[in-house]
Design a protein around this ligand. Sequence first.
Ligand SMILES: *[C@@H]1O[C@H](CO)[C@@H](O)[C@H](O)[C@H]1NC(C)=O
Ligand SMILES: *[C@@H]1O[C@H](CO)[C@@H](O)[C@H](O)[C@H]1NC(C)=O
Ligand SMILES: *[C@@H]1O[C@H](CO)[C@@H](O)[C@H](O)[C@H]1NC(C)=O
Ligand SMILES: *[C@@H]1O[C@H](CO)[C@@H](O)[C@H](O)[C@H]1NC(C)=O
Ligand SMILES: [Cu+2]
Length: 594
Amino acid sequence: MLGSRLLLSSIALGFTSASVLPEGKPSPVQVRAAEVTGGSDCNIATNRACWRRATLAAPSGFNVDTDSEKVWPSGVDQGATTRTYSLRVSEKTMSPDGTPKLMQVVNDVYPGPVIEANWGDTVIVLVKNDLKDNGVNGITECPIEPGATRRYEWVATQHGTSWYHSHYSGQYGDGVLGPIQINGPATLDYDEDLGTMTIGDLYENNMYQTGLKAEKGGPPPAKGALINGMMKNSAGQGKYAEFAVEKGKSYRLRLINTAVDAGWKVSLDNHPFQVIAADFIPIDKFNTPWLFLGIGQRYDVVFTANQTSDRYWFRVQSPGSDCANNEMSKGDVQKIFAIFGYKDKPSTADPTSTSTAKHDQKCKEEPGMTPRLAKPLPETEFTFIDGPSDQLKVNNGQKGPEGNKINTWSINESEINVEWENPTIEYVANNTLSVLKAKTGNNIYELPQANKFYFWVIQNTGLGVPHPIHLHGHNFYILGQAENNNFVKGDTTSLNFDTPLRRDVAMLPTKGYLVIAIYTDNPGVWLMHCHIGWHVAGGLGIQFVEREPEIRSMKNNGLAKMQENCNAWDKWYNTTIFKKPDSGLRRPGSGVGK
Ligand SMILES: *[C@@H]1O[C@H](CO)[C@@H](O)[C@H](O)[C@H]1NC(C)=O
Ligand SMILES: *[C@@H]1O[C@H](CO)[C@@H](O)[C@H](O)[C@H]1NC(C)=O
Ligand SMILES: *[C@@H]1O[C@H](CO)[C@@H](O)[C@H](O)[C@H]1NC(C)=O
Ligand SMILES: *[C@@H]1O[C@H](CO)[C@@H](O)[C@H](O)[C@H]1NC(C)=O
Ligand SMILES: [Cu+2]
């Protein structure tokens, strides 16, 4: 929930590298100046827990035990600065797996440049839409019309790894995405930061064509995957992404699942991971040879290059057809790799390493991760035991005229349908939310009370396939998560109220449930949706309107600017033949009715 204290920060079309980064391949640069640490023995390889020693300006200092959901370095005295990045979104033919494809990319590269900042920095991102006919849509803003530039500003209140992407859902699958790296303290020491690794899926056709298929007959298989925008495909074209390590050193690696429709299990042969962060939350060291990442999830892991100097496979696999339908990862066919090579054994040959560990084939997170900073929840406030008003039922169906039916996804039997030209925040600004709430598909749930836990039981019905549920503006608390199970009213024994993991994406497992809590400390309009492109496009989303009157009275709430942007969008939209074809949170293009 990066920058969640700023109203207009949750939607991205893309962003550029700051003036400090070249407009080329993203590279893991350490932009941190030594003086930031407030002492030379802080945040060094043997003291990663420390970020900034106590000073007059920050009497408590900042470290991995600091509650980053409440406090963060602020101002130059505490080592925070402002960084500006310019991102330009345009069409470009690229060959990420050795075969050409017309993509939509940021600053002519895929993935887009890394937006890197230090904990507490203010980040300004100027996004220019250089596409001919697509915008970005929102809950909190109008889309960016072609030719226009929009300015986003947010504070990196938390540290860790994330990514920016177009919220025209499918559009990020065509390339409009890039990593975000916020340097900060860590729960485990390591020598070097290897930076980010994006793991996405690759489709034969563009997202518009693929989305059409998903809507009519169900999603087609992806033809492959890309690791940091690269892959050797089944025909031997293209190249594997490579990472070089030095024997004896330990490394931090920032994993990001940027897929449209794939959950992954990942592993590095002979080098088990020590997981140190889940999304933006530091976690107690968690050891595992295989790690599951749902779409949108991030994990920071540490591993030590302490094996025989050689080259090792980094493996990415689909743990079952419900989790990813991918031509390069199916049963015995497993071809999605990157390479980690020891520097003292330079070679260009493919590794010969084998994997000794097996994974559990489950499309859900490894159990047992706990946050470094435990935040217990008041069990007595869990109201589900009294009534079902906090139940959210995820279902699927079909709608439309006979012979032309399309697949839909709903929450409590309602598919979300947003208005591009009138984002929810505009109704909030006008104090006319009730008008929007009377409309079909608004899917608004109000969270009126401040600093209170709201609990939700999300039950997976219908097809019951697993869904990565993502919330903007908050880390939710995960109280319970089960496969093939209905949550039983009154049964709180299976829930964790003492040390729940907090993060911003969690799996709603196959035919099971996910129980979450949201703490209302961030007024705004926040979308919660399935991160599978086809599902959010088909309606699988709701929006929380949190502490509505306060949004209007917040200083610098950006509402006037939003109205100005919307007027510009309205003017352009009136002139184009491309009209909104669906939930509005989906693929660009035209021609498909509801
Ligand atoms: C290599 O490092 C890991 C920790 O990352 C440790 O668990 C393992 O025992 C080490 N192996 C050797 C051979 O030193
Ligand atoms: C969702 O639907 C269930 C049953 O269909 C109902 O009991 C519940 O109150 C609804 N949830 C909300 C938040 O309206
Ligand atoms: C909000 O008010 C402005 C100014 O009166 C108006 O132009 C706009 O259409 C209103 N928006 C909505 C969503 O009603
Ligand atoms: C949209 O275009 C129509 C006709 O071309 C015009 O009458 C209308 O005023 C325009 N609306 C806006 C908001 O520009
Ligand atoms: Cu889904």
